[in-house]
Write a protein that binds this ligand. Structure first.
Ligand code: SF4
Length: 348
């Protein structure tokens, strides 16, 4: 494909990257780079405090994912202040931030406490919105009603840990909720006009690669604004580590090369209207069982994915089949997207 055609090429998401990328999504809204600042506000979750269980999800060790500045002994304000200076050296152009309530289940409390914590974050200069990570079974009508109100005043997204579309897997990893509960929470949240996101883990035990791939179609039918994917990493000290050591043959962990091939197939089937925030998790090496992917960083994987999409002349949603055809017609009329022989137009 000539550079000339690429220069004129715009996908349904409004830019020429071959997937609906999260940073560009924010640039479209705010013109500038928006950076997330993580917060551990001291929540727990029903899968740990005894409400649903005490052991937690078998893969979970929050310490492996929390940035070092993020500890619950500091106030929300202190964590934001440290988070902003932590990110400044790498993303010096960022001057707008989203407070990311990340650790554990960040709606798992009474509404008064939630209001206080969210307000403290929003009062910090430069914070333009909130991202709230939680479980599908940790939202109530009252909480979602309040979040809907907040979302009229600032950027607000609720991100649900869903992890798998299969109940057999959710049971095996001890999630303590079903996929149907996840669908219900996503649909309710989205119906209130709140940006709704979801996290999934690819490579969970008991799922074939074909089953993993089929999730692209299932996820595509959910009213999601954003998604995050993580390759399964076995984290030290978790129940899954024990399971892995006892039955390693039960696990088929992706090498990064296999993951690259898999993600291309997955992206081609994913609804192009869904913004992809992440393709990989990046737990520090000291937390990992086995070699993992060595020092490969998430941004390097993104570059490799984009290079491969380019080489194959393919893109997110190329094979997505939607029942709603209006957008498809629109995209079929785009000369840039007719260039791949036999390709379906993207739609949403
Ligand atoms: S992954 Fe989330 S829901 Fe599961 S145990 Fe950890 S904090 Fe709780």
């Amino acid at each position: 494909m000539s550079v000339e055609i690429m220069d004129n090429r715009k996908f349904i998401w409004g830019h020429d990257r071959r997937f609906n990328a999260y940073p560009n999504y924010f640039r479209n809204i705010y013109v500038t780079r928006v950076q997330k600042v993580s917060i551990d506000a001291g929540f727990t979750c029903p899968n740990r405090d005894g409400t649903k269980g005490t052991g937690g999800c078998t893969y979970c060790n929050n310490d492996a994912f929390n940035p070092s500045y993020c500890t619950p002994d500091k106030s929300v304000t202190e964590q934001i202040m440290e988070g902003i200076s932590f990110h400044k050296w790498r993303y010096s152009e960022a001057n707008s931030y989203l407070a990311y309530f990340q650790a554990y289940s960040n709606t798992y409390s009474g509404l008064d406490r939630l209001k206080e914590l969210y307000k403290e974050a929003l009062d910090y200069p430069g914070i333009i919105g909130l991202i709230i990570g939680t479980r599908p079974d940790c939202v109530t009508d009252e909480i979602l009603g309040y979040l809907r109100e907040l979302s009229e005043r600032c950027y607000l997204a609720v991100e649900y840990g869903i992890e798998s579309c299969y109940n057999k897997t959710l049971k095996r990893i001890n999630r303590g909720h079903t996929f149907e509960e996840a669908i219900q929470a996503v649909e309710l949240t989205s119906s209130l006009g709140i940006n709704t996101g979801a996290h999934f883990i690819l490579g969970l035990p008991g799922e074939s690669r074909q089953e993993m791939l089929n999730q692209a179609g299932i996820i595509s039918r959910l009213p999601l604004k954003t998604v995050k994917f993580h390759q399964l990493q076995i984290i030290k000290g978790t129940a899954m580590e024990k399971e892995f050591r006892e039955n390693p043959d039960d696990f088929e962990l992706f090498t990064w090369e296999e993951y690259l091939d898999f993600i291309i197939l997955f992206l081609e089937r994913l609804n192009p209207a869904i913004v992809v925030e992440r393709f990989t998790g990046e737990a520090p090496l000291r937390y990992l069982t086995g070699a993992g992917w060595g020092k490969k960083r998430s941004d390097q994987i993104v570059s490799l994915i984009e290079k491969r999409l380019e080489e194959l002349d393919t893109w997110q949603g190329r094979l997505f089949k939607s029942k709603v055809n209006s957008k498809e017609q629109e995209m079929k009329s785009s000369p840039s997207l007719r260039s791949r022989e036999g390709a379906e137009g993207v739609s949403s």
